[in-house]
Design a protein around this ligand. Structure first.
Ligand SMILES: CC(C)(COP(=O)(O)OP(=O)(O)OC[C@H]1O[C@@H](n2cnc3c(N)ncnc32)[C@H](O)[C@@H]1OP(=O)(O)O)[C@@H](O)C(=O)NCCC(=O)NCCS
Length: 368
């Protein structure tokens, strides 16, 4: 039995069959785990009365019932510890999610793996897109996340998989930042997280001739799937601490007008820098919306991390010297032109433009 002030991990009992069976009807549970679908009562009976005790007896897998507020709410298990490395798996019932139950349970079980089973490393695996599971693992210190295409298997279907690990000498605390994307409002502009429904507008904006010209790394032609992939990838970038991206939305209709992001946030050399990048849908250009959006982003980027900001000290904007609209956004926000690189910005026709660098220091803003 393992416990802290919120959860207790104990042996499964026959009375857990009913709540376990109910939990396994949850579509989210079915989507992200390998349980049989349809999930029958006999599956729960077999798991709790046969599979779990057999694992403990054979010393090959170790599963605990999670008790929270006096009720069975889920299961967490360790398995395959050969050579001192094994995996963890977990699930909690939908009605108690978001209360920190699994974060507590995982910390207890990882400690058990190191202190009692003598493991060196615990592996966490999840299908790509299971951000709730990824966040639990991140909170308990799992790191070095990689994506393995087709690495996961679910009822006969291969799925892309995330894998991360924690070692016995690691602190069981988050490594690196997981940025949230707050709604920022001001000057008639609203910045909010990107969402799936923005895909059409993203596709239109990124297919536009001028966007394609200045951002030559973008796919061409730019399809709806590219737009969906971009939106998904921004969630990943925030979770890995790399970047924060917002949809610039119309304050009245909430329709996407453009995109602004701060990237390069997890540079090993300097964790206090960030680079701002942006593009605008053609029908929203020329109304100073981007200048207003960047102003909101600057304030958020310079705010201390403890106060919900990005804790930056120095921001950069880079653009081709002939991209006057982009340079204007930097200058309108008080950035200083600090340098240029010759023939550094590739165009699709094989030519290169000179690139300008603008920067803004937190102290510039304080000085006003
Ligand atoms: C994954 C799971 C076990 C998490 O359990 P839980 O008790 O809700 O976990 P916690 O409350 O400790 O932490 C969940 C964290 O994820 C966050 N979260 C939830 N959904 C999220 C999402 N879609 N994107 C980002 N974060 C998300 C929560 O806000 C919380 O973080 P916070 O405390 O910082 O706000 C639960 O969602 C579950 O059982 N899912 C189905 C089974 C499953 O996926 N198992 C793992 C297979 S790898």
């Amino acid at each position: 039995m393992l416990s802290d002030d919120l959860v207790t991990l104990r042996a499964h009992v026959a009375a857990d069959v009913e709540p376990a069976y109910r939990m396994c009807q949850d579509p989210v549970m079915q989507q992200w785990t390998t349980i049989p679908v349809p999930y029958l009562r006999e599956h729960a009976v077999g798991f709790i009365t046969e599979v779990v005790p057999a694992g403990w007896q054979a010393n090959t897998s170790w599963a605990w019932a999670i008790e929270y507020a006096g009720e069975y709410v889920g299961t967490i298990d360790l398995r395959d510890g050969e050579g001192g490395v094994g995996e963890v798996g977990f699930a909690v019932s939908p009605d108690v999610r978001g209360n920190g139950v699994m974060t507590r349970a995982l910390r207890l079980v990882v400690r058990y793996a190191f202190d009692v089973l003598g493991w060196e490393r615990v592996i966490w695996r999840a299908y790509v897109g299971n951000f709730a599971s990824r966040r639990v693992a991140w909170k308990v210190g799992f790191h070095g996340l990689v994506t393995i295409p087709g690495g996961g298997r679910s009822r006969g279907v291969r799925k892309d998989e995330w894998v991360a690990t924690v070692g016995r000498d690691d602190e069981l605390e988050p490594k690196g930042s997981w940025w949230t994307v707050p709604v920022l409002e001001g000057d008639g502009v609203r910045l909010r997280p990107l969402r799936e429904a923005d895909a059409q507008r993203v596709m239109e904006a990124c297919s536009d001739e001028r966007t394609q010209h200045w951002l030559s790394g973008m796919p061409s032609p730019y399809t709806l799937d590219d737009a969906k992939g971009f939106i998904d990838s921004r969630q990943d970038a925030a979770a890995s601490g790399e970047a924060v991206a917002w949809a610039i939305a119309d304050a009245g209709t909430d329709e996407l007008l453009g995109n602004v992001s701060v990237f390069g946030l997890s540079s090993r050399m300097d964790k206090t820098r960030g680079e701002i990048g942006y593009w605008m849908h053609p029908d929203a250009r020329g109304r100073k919306v981007m200048a207003a959006a960047v102003q909101l982003v600057i304030a958020h980027a310079f705010r201390a991390a403890e106060d919900g900001g990005l804790g930056r000290r120095r921001l950069l904007i880079r653009c081709a010297d002939v991209n006057t609209a982009s340079a204007h956004v930097a200058e309108a926000n008080g950035f200083t032109k600090v340098g240029g690189e010759r023939r550094a910005d590739p165009r699709r026709d094989g030519s290169y433009d000179n690139m300008l660098t603008f920067d803004l220091l937190a102290e510039d803003v304080l000085r006003g």
